[in-house]
Design a binder for this molecule. Structure first.
Ligand code: NDP
Ligand code: HSE
Length: 424
């Protein structure tokens, strides 16, 4: 059996996971896939990650031009992360006819439409199953299983770090900082965890998933994004009391030529399947016009699950047709698409007010004047002479709710608007 030589750029959590799977399961892959894959070069900043795994220093490479020019290497795994130098390195590799397997959702969300044509021009492939939802084969499912369906909606928990943090805050009363630290030490978080907790990572993934599912370019910049940093322990307690869990949800919907794409915390009813997705697990709840509702569930981050997706792409690339998507066409296909910013949602609103008669009625009037209808309202005694008001609204327009909140914040009897979280 001929050896198929590949390289890894970035031997960290994911690159290391992929390396371990490829070496531990080398014989199994030979027997089941009929190919012998060996890692023949590893590019990283230093050789320390190789030493840590007992890998020969002979494999270490710190020069992309050497790697790109190496005729023995036919494919490179990119698991460094970030836009640069990953983009420059991948471009060089593709231009030298080497297929690339990447987990880099930021790079794909921002530059996919530039990279895919380079891959096609040079007859190689750009593969990215590991970029979204860790070990869950969601890219392949969307790309290869719904050809007869118009996908209407995607609701996903697609960031493991934030789901881990919210789950720990919800079930173990851990504070935010402790939970984030744990997620970092388990290898789920991005090098800069701001990307996770402020919702950027989920927005990158939504851009990729929605672009594939809706057969149009859903630019990262068209996605409304809000992270979990304002979600408090009290919000989580209130959500439980009202029958909800708080999750960071990515939502993509397509209705004719209208596309809505957003990432933000959401009150999810406790009996909804997404409410039960905890820890670093991810789930994508998808609706197609013929297939109906489907839910994809599994580990959304971590060395082995993501490494598994990488290895699957390596084998696909080495055994199949070197092409992944027609994304280069999607810029044209997105012409005429209307990206909706003024979406409809239910809302949870928490306000601290002076504990005086008439305050509740004033706030209700502002909401009603803005076309926002209250589903339920609860008043609780607050500290000193204050009260806390909790509202759940019926579905309302985002812009109307924002306008109402702005007016409410200016009422003399309102001390603070403590929270606003959308409700599923
Ligand atoms: P790590 O930080 O664990 O690993 C990255 C590796 O690449 C490190 O060894 C790092 O070295 C090296 N590296 C970074 N920049 C350069 C550079 N310019 N030149 C040479 N080497 C470089 O990251 P992860 O494995 O967690 O993530 C890698 C990619 O996979 C990212 O795109 C991430 O978004 C994605 N991903 C991560 C998942 C996870 O669970 N962690 C899951 C799915 C996708 P050094 O440490 O010295 O900086
Ligand atoms: N930081 C990402 C997450 C890694 O937590 O989901 C997986 O893409």
């Amino acid at each position: 059996m001929r050896q198929r030589k590949i390289a890894i750029m970035g031997l960290g959590t994911v690159g290391g996971g992929a390396y371990d799977i490829l070496t531990e399961n080398r014989e199994y892959i030979q027997a089941t896939q009929g190919i012998d894959v060996t890692v023949a070069a590893i590019l990283d900043r230093t050789s320390a990650p190789l030493q840590a795994r007992g890998i020969s220093a002979d494999l270490f490479c710190d020069n992309i031009d050497k790697l790109a020019a190496n005729p023995e290497i036919e494919l490179v795994i990119e698991t460094m992360g970030g836009v640069e130098p990953a983009k420059t390195f991948i471009t060089k590799l593709l231009e030298n006819g080497k297929s690339v397997v990447t987990a880099n959702k930021e790079l794909l969300a921002k530059h996919w439409s530039e990279l895919e044509p380079i891959a096609q021009k040079h007859g190689c492939g750009l593969f990215f199953e590991a970029s979204c939802v860790g070990g869950v084969p969601i890219i392949r499912a969307i790309g290869e299983s719904f050809q007869g369906d118009k996908v209407r909606s995607i609701y996903g928990i697609i960031n493991g770090t934030t789901n881990y943090i919210l789950s720990k805050m919800s079930s173990e009363n851990l504070d935010y900082a402790q939970a984030l630290k744990q997620a970092q030490s388990l290898g789920f978080a991005e090098a800069d965890p701001t990307s996770d907790v402020e919702g950027y990572d989920a927005a990158y993934k939504l851009s990729i998933l929605a672009s594939l599912a809706f057969h149009t370019c859903v630019p990262y910049a068209s996605i409304y994004r809000e992270g979990i940093t304002k979600v408090t322990a009290q919000d989580i307690k209130n959500a439980h009391a009202l029958g909800y869990e708080i999750k960071l949800i990515a939502i993509g919907t397509r209705d004719g030529d209208s596309v809505e794409a957003r990432v933000h915390p959401l009150f999810v009813p406790s009996d909804h399947p997404l409410a039960a997705v905890s820890g670093a697990y991810n789930a994508v709840y998808l609706n197609g016009d013929n297939v109906g509702d489907l839910m994809f569930y599994g580990a959304g981050a971590g060395a082995r699950p993501t490494g598994s997706a990488i290895v699957s792409d390596v084998i696909k690339a080495l055994t199949g047709k070197p092409k992944y998507t027609d994304f280069d066409n999607n810029g044209r296909l997105s012409d005429g698409i209307d990206f909706i910013g003024d979406f409809m949602s239910g809302y949870y609103i928490c306000v601290t007010v002076d504990d005086k008669t008439g305050v509740l009625s004033k706030i209700s009037t502002v909401l009603s004047d803005n076309g926002v209808s209250i589903k339920s309202a609860i008043q609780r005694a607050g500290e000193g002479d204050t009260a806390t008001l909790l509202f759940l609204t019926h579905k309302a327009r985002e812009h109307s709710v924002m306008h109402a909140l702005d007016t409410i914040s200016k009422l003399a009897t309102v001390r603070s608007i403590d929270s606003m979280i959308r409700v599923m």
